[in-house]
Design a protein around this ligand. Structure first.
Ligand code: C5P
Length: 237
């Protein structure tokens, strides 16, 4: 059975919980995502604990953003952990993205375009005036031009980004909620089937799985629905 293209966000308060969630979901999904909080609290050992014997792909979501030399050193430092995906901010610019790409030859650098937490008023205040979609498309093109082979964007933007960057770039979308589930603090959401139909390659899903009474069963259910959508092709959900 192929594993579903889902990265479960392990936003756990402690390492034991994160490792338990990882063990429960890895029979069903191909990737787990480790974020800043867990990584800063426990350091590199978090990766070995979560990977366990499963060989699950690690998505290290550190959203690096600094001068190229510093980012190159940071990527070198985590490259030995063999993350399949590592995030940087596209706004760090082409030289920074290129430096990150060069230091992670065995993994994919994923560039975060515009944080979905920023409103258009916020964007204007940081100097990105104009529609958010324009900034997303511009940063997506810049990142791909600098060598990034993956991008993080909201499901609402994924179709426009796909049109901008073509078929070969991996598009990663958070903000995914199965129909009828609690939105929590996510505003711009899509179902897994819709996000896939619009062009997403990897769906980041956290609380609908990790907050369920049985995370393994929740992962299995969403994974099965998504595998059906993948088998049917990107025709619309
Ligand atoms: O629990 P939930 O499914 O909302 O988790 C989504 C994950 O994706 C979290 O780890 C969150 O930090 C991350 N994320 C997001 N929106 C972004 C970028 C990352 O929700 N724009």
């Amino acid at each position: 059975m192929t594993l579903a293209p889902i990265a479960v966000a392990l936003d756990a308060p402690d390492l034991e919980t994160a490792a338990r969630w990882a063990a429960l979901v890895t029979p069903h999904v191909g990737t787990v995502k480790v974020g800043l909080e867990l990584y800063l609290r426990y350091g590199p050992e978090v990766i070995a604990s979560i990977r366990g014997a499963s060989g699950v792909r690690i998505f290290l979501d550190l959203k690096l953003h600094d001068i190229p030399n510093t980012v190159a050193g940071a990527v070198r430092a985590v490259a030995r952990l063999k993350p399949a995906i590592l995030t940087v901010h596209a706004a760090g610019g082409p030289a920074m993205i290129r430096a990150a790409v060069d230091e992670l030859p065995e993994g994919r650098i994923a560039a975060v375009t515009v944080l979905t937490s920023l409103s258009e008023a916020d964007l204007e205040r940081v100097g990105l005036a104009g529609p958010a979609d324009d900034a997303v498309r511009r940063l997506a093109a810049l990142a791909v031009g600098a060598g990034a082979r993956a991008l993080v964007c909201s499901p609402r933007e994924v179709a426009a980004v796909r049109a901008e960057v073509g078929p070969d770039v991996t598009l990663i979308t958070p903000g995914v909620r199965p129909a009828g589930s609690d939105l929590q603090d996510q505003a711009r959401v899509a179902t897994p089937e819709r996000a896939y139909a619009d062009g997403a390659d990897l769906l980041v899903i956290g609380r609908p799985i990790t907050g369920a009474a049985d995370p393994g069963a929740a992962a299995a259910g969403i994974a099965a629905a998504l595998r059906r959508a993948v088998a049917a092709g990107r025709k619309g959900a």
